[in-house]
Write a protein of this length. Structure first.
Length: 319
């Protein structure tokens, strides 16, 4: 009997523990949607990750506003929230909204009210550590001009299960010190995420205002549908668009894309140093690091033990 392919891939080192959990589920024939939700909830719950969920850094008013999305690659159903507050797992709210034909993308007070009325776990998402970092940044801004937009590492996750179904999800607390009500690419279909089980899926992380300009996730899935491998689709979508933005808009922010097709093959492209985690039926979960090359391709290699040690040290360093 032929072994069914499965796979999962997610953005940043912070997703690795979730990738391990998701890969265990997929190996046991779990559904892609369950794997994606479990993966992202693992990241959302960890208080030291300052750009996602509990412990995420707040906007300039000290309020943690979260964006999240979920897409079922079989039905193309989508659910999303923007600027939701006081909800432990924004991804779970987004997935619940994907069951609705209407009103499946909710923002602000409406999104928060939906979560409250439907029994999702509510909590104060501003941890003492995140509040202290916010206060430290406010003081620094009073003393000298500096960019407030620091930390926009969305967790984006893709899963392919053994039945061939795919799902994708995203979750983020957005740009640190963002303006109240700002929403990035993460909950926007085609920009922050897209999935089609007959083709593949993609997800983005980085400066949403620039990712939106190219509908990057849909563009990668479109290229895979036209026959490109996930890696070729990522390279062909990301690097020419980076050049276009520099030429026509005058500048470009940091962003990275991940992709996986319906065969479990995967790809990555980025204009910065970018870590990610991936697991397939043929390869245990591993953390890799990607760099853009001078000829518009992507160099991918395992992270070093020194890199991992430094990451853990900086993650929990005293403020």
């Amino acid at each position: 009997m032929r072994q069914m392919k499965w796979g999962t891939i997610a953005t940043w080192r912070m997703a690795h523990d979730g990738v391990v959990k998701a890969s265990d589920l997929l190996a046991q024939q779990a559904q892609a949607g369950d794997a994606v939700e479990t993966l992202i909830k693992t990241v959302e719950a960890y208080p030291y990750y300052k750009s996602v969920g509990y412990g995420g850094l707040p906007n300039e008013e000290g309020v943690v506003e979260m964006d999240a999305a979920f897409m079922d690659g079989d039905t193309l159903a989508q659910g999303a929230v923007g600027g939701i507050q006081n909800v432990k797992h924004a991804i779970s709210v987004a997935r619940a909204l994907a069951k609705y034909h209407y009103n499946s993308f909710r923002v602000g007070e409406g999104a928060t009210k939906f979560a409250l009325l439907h029994g999702f776990e509510m909590t104060n998402m501003l941890t003492p550590r995140a509040k202290a970092e916010w206060q430290k940044r406010l003081q620094a801004l009073r003393q000298q001009p500096m960019t407030a937009y620091d930390g926009h590492d969305t967790v984006g996750a893709i899963a392919l299960d053994q039945t061939g179904s795919m799902a994708v999800g995203t979750s983020t607390s957005g740009l640190f010190m963002k303006k109240a009500g700002r929403v990035g690419d993460s909950p926007l279909s085609g920009s922050g995420y897209y999935a089609d089980s007959e083709v593949g899926a993609a997800a983005a992380t980085g400066l949403g205002e620039d990712i939106m300009k190219g509908c990057m996730s849909y563009e990668i899935v479109r290229r895979m549908a036209a026959g490109a491998t996930p890696q070729a689709a990522c390279d062909q979508a990301v690097y020419p668009f980076v050049a276009k933005l520099k030429a026509r808009y005058g500048k470009v922010g940091e962003f990275s894309l991940i992709a996986m097709n319906h065969n479990g093959e995967w790809g990555v492209a980025t204009n910065v140093e970018f870590t990610f985690s991936v697991a397939t039926a043929d390869q245990p979960a591993q953390i890799l690091i990607a760099h853009p090359t001078s000829d518009d391709h992507t160099k991918i290699e395992p992270v070093s033990e020194a890199w991992l040690a430094n990451y853990e040290r900086e993650l929990k360093a005293p403020l």
